[in-house]
Each structure stands twice: as structure tokens, then as C-alpha cells.
Unconditional design. Structure first.
Length: 183
């Protein structure tokens, strides 16, 4: 028999979490929260700013849940770009989409995966995102923002900031990303 979700205080504020740093696990940690929230019957939306059409195990798993909406909208990895202006334009469109999703109030949790990279490249300002979260995010909605080099403005408005550190990485040993482990 399924467990009922614990009763929540509707006046309790939603949290803003930032996952940043040079190490691996920023998105993976956010996706762990996605599945935790979905398991409790929460409505979840994941919006990916960078990964684009790259297939991931997390997206495949999320498709099995009726209460997770997944949007991989980016143009692909930014270090492979041939057209930075197009990447900027795409990021601005994804940010507008993200704002509409959050304003809708339809979700309990929204993940803005890799949005911090967009700030680092100057495509979206951290201040703009921070102001939106402070002024327009629905009160009870939780938001997770991932990616390296989180801007100071996002760190300031966040309730929890986790910095992932890298001690050692398989890629530096010539080992490519492993399906089911890294994507």
C-alpha cells in the first residue's frame, strides 16, 4: 500500500538551492531531489539549459513518472559551440520559458539545470535570476540551480549552497564518460 505524503504547512517557504563547484555531481544531486519529490507525489519540472538533445538515464527514468516534466532545451555543450550568439539567444529563450513555468505555480519543485554556466558566459545575469526568485517565485515552490561558477547574487538569495569539489576524475585518466554512471 502506498504511503501518504506527510501533511505540509502551505505557509512554509520553498527553498532555493544552488549546486556549484568544479567537481562532479551537481546535476546528479539535483536529480536525486527530483526523484525524492516525485516519490512523494510532488509536481516537478526539470529545465536543462545546456545538455540539449543529449540522452541521459535520468531523463529516461523521469519519463516513467507522471508527475515529472522534463525539458532538455539547450544547444549542447558550450565548449563545442560554433555559434556563441545563438547559444546566448537560446539561453535567453530558455530563461523566458523557465520564468513562465515558475510563474504558473503548477510545480512544487523546478530544477534549472546548468543555468549557472549561462551566467558565467554572460548570457543571463545572476542578478536578474536572483531578483526573479526573490520577487516572483511562488512562495512554496522549491528551486534548484546547478552549474559551475554560481554568481554571487544567486549564492546570496539561496537558502542552501553546496560546492562540489573534485579530488580526482576518471576523464583526466583518459576514461570516457560511462553510460549509466555519468549520463
Amino acid at each position: 500500500m502506498p504511503r501518504a505524503a506527510p501533511k505540509e504547512n502551505p505557509h512554509k517557504p520553498g527553498l532555493i538551492l544552488v549546486h556549484t563547484g568544479e567537481g562532479k555531481g551537481k546535476s546528479s544531486s539535483a536529480f536525486g531531489v527530483v526523484f525524492r519529490a516525485a516519490g512523494w507525489g510532488k509536481r516537478v519540472c526539470v529545465i536543462q539549459f545546456i545538455k540539449g538533445k543529449w540522452q541521459t538515464g535520468e531523463e529516461h527514468a523521469a519519463s516513467r513518472f507522471e508527475n515529472i516534466d522534463w525539458h532538455a532545451l539547450g544547444d549542447g555543450f558550450t565548449w563545442d559551440t560554433q555559434n556563441p550568439e545563438k547559444d546566448r539567444h537560446t539561453s535567453r529563450e530558455i530563461w523566458a520559458f523557465s520564468q513562465a513555468i515558475m510563474r504558473s505555480g503548477e510545480y512544487d519543485l523546478v530544477v534549472l539545470d546548468e543555468i549557472n554556466y549561462c551566467c558565467g558566459y554572460g548570457w543571463i545575469s545572476g542578478q536578474e535570476i536572483a531578483e526573479f526568485l526573490e520577487q516572483e517565485k511562488p512562495h512554496a515552490m522549491h528551486v534548484i540551480l546547478t552549474g559551475r561558477n554560481a554568481p554571487a547574487a544567486l549564492i546570496e538569495v539561496a537558502h542552501t549552497v553546496t560546492e562540489m569539489g573534485m579530488l580526482k576524475h576518471a576523464y583526466k585518466q583518459g576514461i570516457q564518460a560511462a553510460k549509466g554512471i555519468e549520463f
